[in-house]
Design a protein around this ligand. Sequence first.
Ligand SMILES: [Zn+2]
Length: 125
Amino acid sequence: MTEPRTVTLPTIDHGPVTLTCPAWCRGHADHRPDTHRSDILHIGPAVTLTFHGAEVVIACIVQAPCATIDTPGLGGRTPGISMDPPARTLTPVDVYSFAAALDGYADRIRDLADQLDAILAGGHQ
Ligand SMILES: [Zn+2]
């Protein structure tokens, strides 16, 4: 077990704010001093789907520990999975549902590839 990591971050509205980072937080190297305390965000490592060098979708665990409100789909004090697109913060149930949709989509584009294969072979003009 590693020691809890604390960080002290400058904020525009509350001065320096000291927080304990969860184990999954990648750190705050990109923190900007003009950040409001409520906008401080713990962010986990990104899980990215890329194809032909283009980013298709990116997901990571996020938590705004000082958020003043929890807005479903936009995050808050409860950790969630930020996914872009659709630029929403999702629950585990949402992410399982998205993964199932991706499985279905993969089947549909394989069917499309099969169809194109047949077209190119002259079978279905
Ligand atoms: Zn953190």
